[in-house]
Every structure is written in C-alpha cells, then in structure tokens.
Design a protein around this ligand. Structure first.
Ligand code: PEP
Ligand code: MN
Length: 349
C-alpha cells in the first residue's frame, strides 16, 4: 500500500505505519513526494485508519511502489549528476566512445564531445562482450582515464559496473554508475548499486518488459538510492535489419507509470550509424529526458561497436537540432496548456 501524508503529519504517524508493517512481516520504506511531504510504502497491507495526518491510502497500486508515479504524481524526479540535471526539463546529451581504448584516444574523444556540446561523457572500462575473446576493457586503468577526462572537461562521467564487487570501485571514479542491458536483472548488482551513493543509469534488458525494468529500478530504490535514470536501448525484434528495435513507446509510457527520468540510446537501439541522428531526435520528440550516444573521432577504427558509432561533428549536429526540437516541443506544450488540453509534450520541472 502507498500512504501519502499531509505536509504537517506527525512523525508518530510514520513510525506507527512502519511498526505496523514490521509487525505484519511486511517490508516498508519512506520516500519524499517531491513537495516536501512524506509517502510510506508498505509491501502489503496494514491498518492506518485512526492515524492523524494521512491524506490518501492507495491499496491497489503497481508492484513497484517506490518507482511508481502513484507515490509522486506531481513531481517527476530530477537526478543530479555533478552539475547536470536529468529530468529537469532540458534534455541532456551523454556522448563518448563505446569502450575506453587508451588514454590519448579517450582524451581526444572527450575534448571533441565537449566542443560538440555534450553535457556528460561515457566510455566503458568494464565491457560486457558477447565473445570472451573480444576486448573486455581496460578495467581500473580505464576508470583512471575517465576521471582524468572529467577533470579536464569538467563534464560528469558515466561508466558501467558489471559485477557487485565493481560497484564501489566504479563509484570512486565515476559520477554515475551504468547497469547494462545484460545485467538489468542481476539482483545482487542492483542491490549494491542501491548502496553506491552515486546515481544509477539503468538500461532496459533487451528482453525485459517495462514492468520487469521498473521492478529492477525498484531494487535500486528499495536499497537506498533514489537517483535512478532509466535508459531505453532497444529490445529484440524479429527483424535483423537493425541490431535491436528501439522501443520509443517506452518513453511516454514510462513517464505515465513512473516519476523517474528516462533517456534514449539510439546507438545500441539501432546498431547503424546512419539511423542514430533521426532516432535520437525521435526519442526527444517522444519525451525523453536525454540521449546517450556512442561517438568517436574515427568511428571506423573504434574497437567496439564501430557500425553504430558517429563522429563528434554528427554528435554536435544532434545537440543543435535537439535544442531546436526541444524549443518547439516547449512551445507546443504552452499551446496545449493555453487550450487547457492536458496533453503536454514535455514536462517542465
Ligand atoms: C553500453 O552502453 O556500453 C552498452 C554495453 O549498452 P547495453 O548494455 O545497452 O548493451
Ligand atoms: Mn557499445
């Protein structure tokens, strides 16, 4: 059940609900409603009938009570990564190579990302490769280069942790921890990410339903980390013409179901560099809070995922077109608001 408290609700009410949950053998959590109030989620049902300061009780809610929009209907979460706000209105662009190849190539790439207008940097140090014989990443050495890239550019960095034991290491160097598609349902990893003290970028598993994905987000939230950003990166379709099928329906749907921000990865979602720009803009039109894009100064020579990697100049083009598109979406929303039409194309935090 989800119990929403009034602004001045006594602490004794919160404590009574938590105690009742414990007595009933149910897990419970408190979280903030985004307006300075408190919400208590109980994985089960307890009586709260006589307690003061309760404004609403929701019994039949979705199974991911912390990730659900039902607990925070009016306040989408804004995740702060360094100085960058994800979900705060203006979409963010995260750019960089698939894998960190060397110090020089990374620094060259990130300078170009910054010049092209990227808000954040990406680059894998621990890589989930399909083949055990493919380059697996530079590990901690790569994390050091990534931290250097952040120092030099001033842009926050995101990189993947593949194992629970890597989470603290990655959190020491990076500003945001990526959980990759292949690990979306790695529950020990999700639990550790919940305790990492750094924001988490949770990619959708390519065979995962939206509900499974949001339940994975729930793991991170339930283990103490409120800063989760979702990433739609394509699911397996029947057609091998593209590497994956970018499910842009997920973007507005997740916004209906959850208060968490969502970004789109048109690189893995298509596998083809010629499709990246259009699908990036389509993602923004669908309401995404940002994009994560693989870019490399010499895409043909990228060690990993060359076929979907674009140039820094192409990334700069997406940043520029994205700004124009976002301004148009905002204007469209203002028209909708003026017409008292509930359909808003972007949310404005
Ligand atoms: C990545 O972003 O580097 C990556 C491996 O993506 P995914 O987990 O979506 O395949
Ligand atoms: Mn990749």
């Amino acid at each position: 059940m989800i119990v929403t408290l009034t602004a001045g609700a006594p602490v004794s009410t919160i404590n009574a609900i938590l105690a009742a949950a414990t007595a009933a053998g149910c897990e419970s959590r408190t979280f903030d409603d985004g307006h300075g109030g408190t919400v208590v989620g109980v994985a089960g049902s307890v009586s709260v009938a006589d307690l003061p300061g309760i404004s609403a009780v929701l019994e039949n809610h979705r199974p991911y009570m912390l990730a659900s929009r039902e607990g925070r209907p009016h306040a989408p979460t804004v995740v702060k990564v360094g100085g960058v706000r994800i979900g705060g209105g203006r979409p963010v662009v995260i750019g960089g190579p698939c894998v960190i190849e060397s110090r020089d190539s990374l620094l060259g790439a990130v300078r170009a990302m910054k010049a092209g207008g990227a808000d954040m940097l990406r680059g894998g140090a621990f890589k989930p490769r399909t083949s055990p014989y493919a380059f697996q990443g530079l590990g901690e050495e790569g994390l050091r280069y990534l931290a250097e890239a952040r120092e030099e550019t001033g842009l926050p960095v995101v990189t993947e942790a593949m194992e629970p034991d890597h989470v603290d290491l990655v959190a020491r160097y990076a500003d945001m921890i990526q959980i990759g598609a292949r690990n979306m349902a790695n529950f020990p990893l999700l639990r550790r990410a919940g305790q990492a003290g750094k924001p988490v970028l949770l990619k959708r598993g390519f065979s995962a339903t939206i509900e499974e994905w949001l339940m994975s987000a729930e793991y991170v939230l339930a283990h103490g980390n409120p800063d989760v950003v979702l990433c739609e990166r394509g699911i397996r379709g029947f057609d091998t013409a593209t590497r994956f099928m970018l499910d842009l329906t997920a973007v507005p749907l997740v916004k209906e179901l959850s208060h968490l921000p969502i970004i789109v990865d048109p690189s893995h979602g298509t596998g083809r560099r010629s499709l990246v720009a259009r699908m990036a803009l389509a993602g923004l039109a669908a309401g995404a809070d940002g994009l994560i894009i693989e870019a490399h100064p010499d895409p043909d020579r990228a060690i990993c995922d060359a076929s979907q990697t674009i140039t820094p100049a192409e990334l700069a083009g997406i940043v520029e077109s994205g700004r124009v598109l976002y301004a148009a979406l905002l204007a469209g929303s203002e028209v909708a608001v003026a017409r008292q039409d509930p359909t808003s194309l972007v949310h404005q935090a």
